[in-house]
Ligand binder design. Structure first.
Ligand SMILES: NC(=O)c1ccc[n+]([C@@H]2O[C@H](COP(=O)([O-])OP(=O)(O)OC[C@H]3O[C@@H](n4cnc5c(N)ncnc54)[C@H](OP(=O)(O)O)[C@@H]3O)[C@@H](O)[C@H]2O)c1
Length: 346
């Protein structure tokens, strides 16, 4: 049994961590923090957890020593305090962006912020277990991937590793409102957000940097372009990726690449049905699950490959990925507490 605390527990990622960890047989939840709600029941912010726990939020200043600390603060916050956090916990899993990129200058370029703990960047292992399992096993510190980066990297990695595609990758991402976190803004205000299909970042998405970092295989830089559109959904993330492979490739080549990397992966499902309603990945049926569903189609007339992939941004895209990494770090069965199959209909 390990003692685990969550810093930033009133937010959406913190709430999902709590939901998943309450069902984990090897975890004792020690503390969960909130500045605004310290002293109050966690179910005030996470009403789905009524009768699941009597934990109260504590103020971050009361954070005690624990075995593992999950950090679920807004981007740009954990780097300010990481030097003190490493004294509080033997192992740390950060869900934010501050320690995902290995190079200070890349972080500073994409986030337009000065890095406050650059000396710690090299100590963090990128949190996607499917790519970095052996690194995570030995790691003290893990930086979980961004949600958009997670689904794009998982969809592309086998095809790049097997040299089926090399460049010119265009990612069309459809995003949900929970990706913006709990803090309201004009863009999340109901009259502005409801019913919208808003192209909010046609170029310049920050996750480009993570995707390029993780898919730089054999020292070859992958050129990636992301266009992000906000849809009227609370959870979920779908990417439709377009690319023209360098040479003629067959569906068989694509299947082979995916199967060789993912046939043993418990949370990756290849979805390409000939009939039925759910022939391709769809985020709706992934709500609450740690799955990443991946499908594809070849347009033979234009030699265009279209890859479709979906996740729940709050689970495989952050809290579930973090618990999967924890399971790997401590040698627990990797699927522990992550076996929820989702709901249908929903
Ligand atoms: N939402 C997603 O879909 C998603 C997906 C992938 C990754 N992530 C990452 O997960 C992290 C958390 O995201 P989120 O969506 O859960 O954000 P959120 O809903 O805004 O929650 C942020 C939490 O941090 C606390 N907090 C804020 N500033 C703090 C500070 N200076 N010191 C201590 N506590 C502070 C807030 O509570 P109090 O104000 O009460 O203290 C709140 O509990 C982000 O870094 C994000 O990049 C999120």
């Amino acid at each position: 049994m390990i003692n685990v605390s969550i810093l930033g527990g009133s937010g959406y990622a913190g709430g999902e961590l709590l939901r998943i960890l309450l069902g984990h047989p090897n975890v004792h939840l020690k503390q969960i923090t909130s500045r605004q709600f310290s002293g109050q029941q966690v179910s005030l912010l996470h009403p789905n957890l009524r009768k699941q726990t009597n934990l109260l939020f504590v103020h971050p200043s009361a954070l005690a020593v624990c075995d593992l600390l999950f950090v679920a603060l807004p981007n740009g916050e954990s780097m300010k305090i990481m030097k003190s956090l490493v004294k509080k916990a033997d192992k740390i899993i950060d869900l934010g962006a501050d320690f995902r990129l290995h190079h200070q200058e890349v972080f500073e370029k994409w986030y337009n912020l000065q890095h406050r703990s650059p000396e710690l960047l090299k100590k963090f292992v990128y949190g996607i277990a499917e790519l970095h399992r052996s690194g995570i096993e030995k790691a003290k510190y893990v930086a979980c991937a961004g949600c958009e980066a997670t689904v794009s990297i998982l969809a592309l990695y086998p095809l790049i590793k097997h040299e089926l595609i090399k460049n010119g990758v265009i990612i069309d991402a459809k995003m949900s409102s929970s990706q913006a976190g709990l803090k309201p803004s004009l863009s999340s205000h109901h009259p502005e957000r409801a019913g919208s299909v808003r192209s909010y970042m046609p170029t310049g998405h920050r996750h480009t940097a993570e995707i390029e970092q993780e898919l730089k295989i054999n020292n070859e830089r992958l050129e990636v372009a992301i266009s992000a559109t906000a849809l009227d959904m609370v959870r979920g993330l779908l990417v439709t990726i377009h690319t023209i492979p360098n040479s003629k490739i067959s569906e068989k080549d694509i299947w082979k690449a995916y199967r060789s990397e993912y046939s043993q992966e418990p949370f990756i499902r290849l979805v390409k049905e000939k009939q039925g309603l759910y022939r391709y990945p769809e985020p709706k049926i992934l709500q609450g699950t740690n799955y990443c569903d991946i499908g594809f189609e070849m347009d033979k007339t234009t030699n265009r490959l279209v890859i479709i992939a979906a996740i729940d941004n709050l689970v495989k895209g952050t809290a579930g990925q973090a618990v999967q990494a924890m399971n790997v770090m401590y040698g627990f069965p990797e699927t522990t507490a992550l076996e929820f199959p989702g709901l249908h209909p929903i």
